[in-house]
Design a protein around this ligand. Sequence first.
Ligand code: COA
Length: 183
Amino acid sequence: MPNILIETERCLIRPLEITDAAGIFELDSNPNVHTFLGKNPIKTIEEAENVIKNIQKQYEDLGIGRWAIIDKANGDFVGWTGFKYIIEPTNGHVNYHDLGYRLVERYWGTGIATETAKACVKYAFETMNLETVYGICDIENLGSKNVLQKCGLTPIATFDYDDTPHYWFVLQREDWQKLSIPK
Ligand SMILES: CC(C)(COP(=O)(O)OP(=O)(O)OC[C@H]1O[C@@H](n2cnc3c(N)ncnc32)[C@H](O)[C@@H]1OP(=O)(O)O)[C@@H](O)C(=O)NCCC(=O)NCCS
């Protein structure tokens, strides 16, 4: 498989490819996945292809974008994880790296979201040489809040995002280095 960026115990992490469209369709057409994401799931495979093209444009323009998670056991598309470079002001911040993830429902409750997000944080500090990573989630999205906290990020504020209260999470490299989470 080309372009593997990160390998974890159960998964490979690589840039999204247009052939991931069926996987993105499974992910983003599921209303349960979109409970805390504006409740607007996609309806067509063309929309899934456009999601991928948009992220591939971020790779070109910004040098970074969300990455595909692949299950090593069967090659299945698990979802996406990693960093989006935020250029629209969010909670008064701009030009920062946001950690995010979205997994197809059959992979929820397996620990893979945390396993892969932790690996991305390590990659951010050790390979990308970032000083700070940020994250946001709906304050009612306890699964996502849990993942960000297990990665070492701290909710330091709340703010309104799309008219909904969200946590604002931060992790500095020097604080990450002091953490006892497995690296
Ligand atoms: C947010 C999301 C990724 C969280 O997924 P998740 O399944 O809760 O996260 P994990 O894969 O890390 O699983 C953690 C849970 O799996 C269970 N689990 C089962 N096997 C496990 C293992 N081997 N290791 C760790 N946890 C395991 C545990 O109960 C654990 O929960 P706990 O930490 O409270 O004990 C998922 O709900 C999702 O994709 N939602 C839709 C999109 C979304 O909301 N994205 C975030 C936007 S801010």
